[in-house]
Design a protein around this ligand. Structure first.
Ligand code: SAM
Length: 225
């Protein structure tokens, strides 16, 4: 017989919250894979992010409820490229890669899929497994956010957008400053479906600034000619 999982007080409190959460029930009724679907739906209602014809990259996509929302809004025109450490069960209109976004293989997969095409919308709902040590959890989370931001800046169209989950606290202001350097407009969103007790919010960046080409010091090369 398998070992019974250890019961903890916080575990049973989580289970109670989970089974009584209206968004969990609603997700089951609406056929979404997780309650997270309503966060993207809420933000999209306000900001009109998702439109037919788009190329969307979804980072931290499992189990796939944001992919479900994106596919519905694309109305069979456009595509979703999804990455997660965990598998994303097959969905028409979604190409997925099971792997770590911080590893080169994930970026190679995206580059291969995108070829020279650009992206309309980068979504990042990535969150590392929490160890409970606040400082290191925040640091690991912001490492993921920074990599997602770098990807967005490299690949977004001039009118593209980047939506990223962040946690307020250590690292938040620094990351928001990086977002402001990268985008013409940056706003904070806290969807109704995001739990009040969570310090989770989303940053939405629009109109990425054009990257300046790396300056080459002509004097160094010309003196060698
Ligand atoms: N948006 C998803 C949905 O609607 O179903 C839920 C995403 S869940 C909150 C966060 C996800 O981030 C987890 O599935 C986790 O595996 C993923 N994740 C964390 N670190 C990652 C990494 N380095 N690379 C890829 N995915 C990662």
């Amino acid at each position: 017989m398998g070992q019974k999982p250890k019961r903890t007080k916080s575990g049973s409190a989580w289970m109670h919250e989970h089974v009584t959460d209206p968004y969990v029930k609603k997700a089951q009724l609406d056929g979404y894979r997780s309650r997270a679907a309503y966060k993207l739906l809420d933000i999209d209602k306000r900001d009109q992010l998702l439109r037919p014809g788009m190329t969307i990259v979804d980072l931290g996509a499992a189990p796939g409820s944001w992919c479900q929302v994106a596919v519905q809004k694309l109305k069979k025109q456009g595509r979703v490229l999804a990455i997660d450490l965990l598998p994303v069960a097959a969905l028409p209109g979604v190409d997925s890669f099971e792997g770590d976004f911080t590893e080169p293989e994930a970026l190679h997969w995206l580059e291969e899929k995108l070829k020279s095409g650009q992206v309309d919308l980068v979504l990042s709902d990535m969150a590392p497994n929490m160890s409970g040590v606040m400082l290191s959890d925040q640091a690991r989370h912001y490492e993921l956010c920074e990599l997602a931001l770098e990807f967005a800046v490299d690949w977004l169209k001039p009118n593209g957008a980047f939506l990223v989950k962040v946690f307020q606290g250590v690292g938040f202001e620094g990351f928001r400053a990086q977002m402001r350097l990268a985008f013409g407009q940056v706003v904070i969103r806290k969807p109704d479906s995001s739990r009040d007790r969570s310090n989770e919010v989303y940053l939405l960046g629009r109109n990425p600034h054009k990257r300046e080409p790396v300056a080459v010091d002509a004097s160094v090369t010309s003196s060698q000619d």
